[in-house]
Design a binder for this molecule. Structure first.
Ligand code: ACO
Length: 370
């Protein structure tokens, strides 16, 4: 048995949710470029769950369900109030999402109907949790979700307590579309491994949030912003990047396991970053980002991934840095839950083997002889 480190190139599941073929990303066969231009995030979530775009009445029904379930159990909010000061935002999300199961009577109902509804509940409740966490830690009261508005609108509203600008809603909505699913990425695989034991959807999504938290995956968007802040200004980019590359330091937001010729989502986020920079009259982060891209691509041949321009986009939307990865989760829960539902439909326990490289024929030594 020979191990393939990082399972690179291993095909570990069949799926009809999203595909990456020749560097082109599709959701249910529809090119991400088309969805980014035309679809709302709610349409995309429906597409991922049900395999087709919703008609008007199907979309209206989904909106009603999202409205109905957007409030989270009071006990979950009370739990958030007890988290220690300085709690990591992804750790908070992971704990709160895990606790949702305690207050959902259907959490262990494994019927397809119940699981589909739980996917909608999770989609409705993650934004409420993230916004509540962000306010509670600042000593503010959570803002109750609003009915009849998009997830992007509701999230910004619950975060600030104010009606968001249309341009901010549109930008966040497009970012959510771009992050919704991505084949067998690390967090989706974690979700599928968990539910392949026939564990519940809350366990699957909790596992996925844990996997997304890491800086090699979703945590990279926050790490990009840390880097941009550390660099500080465009004139310092060249020395910082050249020095980092010379010292083999990884530049966050660059490189990808699957895309070697560029991540198709990055160009949309770059465009958004440029437009928001112009609108807010502050091009510094965008200019720094473009210069970083030129240098990293020029010197190392690495292209930006989805996380790179997300950092300047979310900053232009005045979103705190440590909420970038939770926002990724708010979007990706649509994909995670679609994959969980797909896994249940044709399940087999996921249990690979390990190439054992430890000692052989070792003996037990009694404790007093060690
Ligand atoms: N900066 C500098 N060098 C890099 C980078 C980077 N961002 N990414 C890869 N490399 C180099 C590696 O050092 C390695 O060089 P070597 O062969 O000289 O040792 C080579 O490119 C291959 O890199 P690996 O890390 O082995 O590639 P892998 O496929 O395992 O990793 C990953 C992909 C994790 C995305 C990697 O490119 C990385 O760490 N990027 C930075 C973190 C990041 O942006 N993650 C978000 C990914 S997108 C997402 O998950 C949503």
């Amino acid at each position: 048995m020979t191990a393939t480190k990082g399972l690179e190139g291993i095909v570990a599941a069949t799926s009809s949710i999203s595909s990456i073929i020749d560097g082109v990303l599709t959701y249910r066969g529809i090119n991400i470029d088309e969805l980014a231009e035309h679809a709302s995030f709610e349409e995309v979530a429906y597409l991922l769950w049900y395999g087709k775009l919703p008609n008007r009445s199907e979309l209206a029904k989904l909106q009603e369900q999202l409205d109905e379930y957007a409030n989270v159990a009071a006990a979950v909010i009370e739990g958030i109030r007890l988290y220690p000061k300085g709690t990591n935002s992804m750790a908070a999300l992971r704990t709160a999402v895990s606790s949702l199961a305690l207050y959902d009577e259907s959490s262990n109902d494994m019927s397809q109907e119940a699981n589909q509804l739980k996917a909608i509940k999770l989609q409705a409740q993650l934004p409420t949790i993230v916004a509540a966490f962000a306010r509670i830690r600042e000593g503010k009261e959570p803002v109750a979700p609003k009915k009849g508005v998009s997830i992007a609108h509701n999230f910004l509203y619950m975060l600030t307590g104010e009606e968001p600008a249309d341009v901010a809603v549109k930008a966040l909505d497009q970012a959510l579309v771009l992050h919704a699913d991505h084949e067998l990425n690390a967090s989706t695989f974690a979700a599928r491994v968990t539910v392949a034991t026939l564990s519940d959807i809350y366990s699957g999504v909790t596992s996925a949030i844990g996997a997304l938290k890491g800086p090699l995956h979703g945590g990279a968007n926050e790490a990009v912003m840390v880097m941009l802040e550390e660099i500080g200004s465009t004139d310092k980019v060249e020395s910082f990047i050249t020095n980092a590359l010379a010292n083999k330091v990884k530049i966050m937001g660059f490189g990808h396991r699957v895309y070697k010729n560029g991540d198709p989502r990055a160009k949309h986020l770059q465009k958004m970053s440029r437009e928001l920079g112009k609108l807010t009259g502050n091009m510094e982060l965008y200019d720094m980002s473009v210069k970083i891209e030129d240098l990293v691509t020029g010197q190392k041949g690495l292209k930006p991934n989805v996380d790179f321009y997300s950092a300047s986009v979310y900053t232009a939307l005045q979103i705190p840095r440590d909420l970038f990865t939770p926002i990724f989760a708010i979007s990706r829960v649509s994909g995670w839950s679609a994959h969980i539902l797909e896994q249940y439909q044709d399940n087999r326990l996921i249990r690979p083997r390990a190439d054992y490289v430890g000692p052989v024929s070792a003996r037990y030594i009694p404790i007093d002889e060690r």
